[in-house]
Write a protein that binds this ligand. Structure first.
Ligand code: ADP
Length: 463
């Protein structure tokens, strides 16, 4: 069964937190209890020493055993679960806890055994007796026998402390679990929300609504990248769609004009409104030529834009090819009184001569087409490292910033009315770009409206 990202993230967080909290609780409980047990054993040893010191002191003060002091020490010891017997140097019992109050001793022992057995089911209490000598002036003056349940035992205070400690641990565990759960849920929401946004937008885009964008930025790098990619995808699909519509509109428009003219001319001739004079027939013939040119352009486009454009490479002097092209344009140059300057350079290029020729023809032809009378066109050939560069710069109409990114697109024409006069179908630059790219080169354009345009092609010397 498929789970939502949010559910999956939340469950993972809950699972990981639970494991962490349980593990931390078990480990801290184990280590704290171990430490506490060691502390209790040391404490027991310390208490034994206090008893021994107290009994020693009572002897050294009076140089004989004081039964009252020993008794008070012994009674206090019973309360702590310790049962003492004090004997003098000859071995005679001075004071014995069990002899003093056997029932109290039994009561304390039973209480201690039952609490320890409840707390530690494996606890096997063994009644142990340790002997300590009573020394005065380096002379043994008696023995204290200290009896207790070993290896360790907890008195009521110890148990209370241990219980409080466990309660604190459990509370801290529960509190951390709750905090981790809340943080986990918030994190899952924070992670899944932008992804859900991306999904929504991607779905809208796939349904054809290319205007959809994700506005909210994410501070998670990967999600931010994903968001940007979806936005870019939407943008480029939007542009493609716009271009496709424009392309269909342009092609149908291009076809419609000559077809409509032809239709009306033919109808007029059939109905006898017009005489089939040579002029009329020439008019019809021109429209047919226009149609033919358009179909030819479409074919050319298909040829140059095909992925496996075959290049027939040879070595040739690029300067000479350009000079020849300029020479062929002489008629246009003279008619428009354009000053064309060519800056030559001795460069031998290894490329498809005919196709490179086509590129230069397209660029110079455009420069001449879109430059007014008495304008200036400069063609410059130069070398830049391992690349050959050709710049075609004119002082013509220029291209607006809005149109500049699209000039290499199929059938894109900056200004329809402008092109009506110049006759272009908007495929010259598309072909130019395809040829340059087939040679592993690049083409760039810079333009300022009403000031001029510069196209620069960059071709590797040995492409
Ligand atoms: P066309 O055959 O219409 O000239 P192109 O693909 O060669 O088609 O050019 C696309 C568009 O770019 C043209 O319609 C024109 O408006 C613009 N253009 C190309 N070169 C120039 C230039 N040198 N100066 C101004 N506009 C240009």
């Amino acid at each position: 069964m498929k789970k939502s990202l949010r559910k999956k993230l939340s469950l993972s967080y809950i699972f990981v937190t639970m494991i962490c909290v349980v593990l931390i609780s078990i480990l801290s409980n184990f280590f704290l209890n171990k430490q506490f047990k060691n502390y209790v054993i040391q404490e027991h040893e310390r208490k034994n020493q206090i008893i021994v010191t107290a009994v020693n002191q009572q002897y050294s003060t009076n140089k004989k055993h004081n039964t009252d002091v020993i008794k008070s020490v012994g009674i206090e010891a019973i309360e702590n679960g310790v049962f003492i017997t004090v004997r003098d140097a000859s071995g005679k019992t001075i004071w014995d806890a069990e002899a003093y109050d056997n029932s109290k001793c039994e009561e304390v022992k039973n209480h201690l055994t039952s609490t320890m057995e409840t707390l530690f089911p494996n606890w096997k209490g063994i009644y142990t007796k340790d002997d300590y000598n009573i020394i005065n002036n380096s002379k043994k003056v008696g023995v204290i026998e200290i009896g207790y349940y070993g290896p360790f035992y907890y008195n009521d205070n110890d148990i209370l402390y241990s219980k409080t400690l466990n309660k604190i641990l459990i509370s801290v565990g529960i509190a951390s679990l709750c905090i981790a759960l809340i943080v986990g849920l918030l994190m899952a929401k924070r992670l899944s929300k932008p992804i859900l946004n991306v999904i929504d937008t991607a779905e809208m885009i796939s349904k054809g609504d290319y205007s959809q964008r994700i506005e909210k930025k994410s501070d998670i790098e990967e999600i931010d990248k994903l968001t940007r990619s979806i936005n870019n995808l939407g943008k480029s699909l939007y542009e493609q769609e716009k271009l496709r519509k424009r392309l269909t509109r342009d092609v149908s428009h291009e076809l419609r004009t000559p077809l409509t003219t032809l239709q009306s001319h033919m109808e007029a001739l059939i109905d006898g409104i017009w005489e089939p004079t040579t002029d009329r027939l020439i008019g019809c013939h021109e429209e047919i030529l226009r149609l033919n040119r358009l179909v030819g352009d479409l074919e050319k486009l298909n040829l140059y834009e095909s992925e496996n454009l075959i290049l027939n490479k040879t070595k040739f002097k690029l300067g000479e090819v350009i000079k020849n092209i300029v020479f062929n344009f002489e008629k246009e140059i003279l008619t428009k009184e354009i000053e064309l300057i060519f800056y030559d350079k001795e460069i031998v290029l290894y490329a498809d001569k005919d196709k490179v020729r086509q590129v230069i023809v397209n660029l110079i032809s455009n420069a001449l087409k879109y430059t007014q009378k008495s304008g200036k066109v400069e063609v410059k050939l130069f070398q830049d490292g391992l690349y050959t560069k050709v710049s075609v710069k004119d002082s013509g109409l220029g291209i607006s910033e809005k149109d500049l990114p699209y000039v290499f697109e199929r059938f894109y024409r900056v200004d329809k009315s402008r092109n009506k006069l110049t006759g272009g179908a908007g495929i010259g630059l598309t072909i130019t770009k395809s040829i340059v790219e087939a040679h592993m080169g690049t083409i760039n354009v810079e333009s300022t409206i009403n000031q001029g345009t510069e196209f620069i092609i960059k071709l590797p010397m040995n492409s």
